[in-house]
Design a protein around this ligand. Structure first.
Ligand code: HEC
Ligand code: HEC
Length: 330
């Protein structure tokens, strides 16, 4: 319940809150002294100021009705703090919490309504769920709530966030692999090569990498880069640069880019490396929602991968850098 690490701050907050409320009450009482007398017809005290020869300022007490309203707010504050959490770490006499009492109750109600529907789909295999229009609608709603901020509302991704609506996959496009990506999360780690290869070495290998997808490159540099690639990069990206879905190392030959194809971007990627994280969803969403989402994502892909990953149809090899079109990002 308490976010405080020591009792001191708890007391500190309690004392300040209670002292402020009581001070309001006392101040009010001081200011409304004399009000009953004035109400009964007594002359109010005059101040020393006189303007325009005759205009004088009275020191009238606050109107009674107004003071009473104010007293009520003071009492309300005290009663509220006694019943509900708010005074330091005091949980309040009603034991109400926003998490359990309100959010928890709403979640229970939602589970009662939608639980059986989710369960029905959770028992079907992902390919069958992907073909079901009702499931697709539910999947889309979940996707828009939990995934669209990174992958885009159409699933087409953005720089650093993979496109889920193409046939190219970092970790695999089979129903099982997609579900695994969502349930367990993913962490793509491309090491930084700047220190080891130096600026020239990085530029050479960047030229080689770009030549793999048919971009215009400096052939002398690309030739030197080929050796650097063979020594340092094939362990993850494969001897032919086609990547490795077991560790999420992208295919560098298909002209689909996670970060961009321009020479500057490729150099930046290689020099500084990239670390990219897809959150773990199984704990937060639970298996049946993850299942539905996996089916939805599977349904987005134009070419459905059967258990063995289908080869990615490369986007038309662009002669000009495809940087300007983020939709070309992987
Ligand atoms: C905070 C941003 C973020 C959110 C939210 C997010 N993702 Fe991701 N997702 C990523 C990143 C980043 C990657 C790529 C990880 C990498 O490069 O290794 C990724 C990868 C994936 C992959 C693997 C793609 C491939 O090519 O193999 C799938 C599938 C996926 N996300 C689905 C989802 C779904 C479904 C949701 C909603 C439940 C979701 N993501 C929410 C950031 C996010
Ligand atoms: C330890 C494995 C590993 C090694 C070694 C490695 N990479 Fe990578 N590389 C990755 C991973 C994983 C990613 C994807 C990072 C992500 O998900 O953000 C990546 C991404 C990239 C990208 C970005 C591709 C895109 O679509 O934007 C380029 C370019 C790249 N690597 C080039 C290289 C080069 C050149 C070398 C050798 C100097 C190299 N990599 C060595 C694992 C590796």
């Amino acid at each position: 319940m308490s976010d405080f690490v020591s009792g001191f701050w708890d007391m500190y907050v309690r004392v300040i809150v209670l002292a402020s409320i009581l001070a309001c009450g006392v101040f009010l009482w001081m200011q409304s002294k004399g009000a009953p007398a004035v109400a009964a017809g007594a002359e109010a005290e005059k101040m020393d100021h006189v303007w325009d020869e005759t205009l004088q300022e009275y020191n009238n007490p606050l109107p009674l009705w107004w003071s009473y309203l104010f007293y009520i707010t003071v009492v309300f504050a005290l009663v509220y703090l006694a019943l509900y959490p708010g005074l330091g770490s005091n949980p309040g006499m009603l034991g109400w919490t926003s998490h359990e009492s309100q959010y928890g109750a709403e979640m229970k109600a939602a589970d009662a309504t939608y639980g059986p529907i989710f369960d029905k789909f959770a028992k079907m295999d992902i390919q069958a769920v992907a073909a079901n229009p009702e499931a697709k609608q539910m999947g889309e709603r979940l996707f828009l709530t939990y995934c669209a901020q990174c992958h885009g509302s159409d699933g087409k991704g953005a720089k650093g966030f993979p496109n889920l609506a193409d046939a190219d996959w970092l970790y695999g496009g089979t129903p099982e692999k997609i579900k695994e990506s969502i349930a367990e999360g993913r962490m793509g780690v491309m090491p930084a090569w700047g220190p080891q290869l130096g600026a020239e070495g990085v530029k050479d290998v960047a030229n080689y990498v770009r030549s793999l997808s048919g971009q215009q490159t400096d052939s002398v540099r690309a030739a030197r880069g080929k050796d650097i690639f063979a020594t340092n990069c094939v362990a993850c990206h494969g001897p032919d640069g086609k990547g490795n879905q077991a560790i999420g190392a992208p295919n560098l030959t298909d002209n689909i880019w996670l970060y961009g194809s321009s020479e500057a971007t490729v150099i930046e990627t290689i020099t500084k490396g990239r670390t990219n994280q897809m959150p773990v969803w199984k704990n937060f969403l639970g298996d049946s929602k993850v299942h539905l989402l996996a089916a939805y994502v599977y349904s987005l892909s134009p070419v459905k991968a059967e258990p063995a990953a289908a080869p990615a149809p490369a986007a038309a090899p662009a002669a000009a850098p495809a940087e300007a079109a983020p939709a070309a990002a992987k």
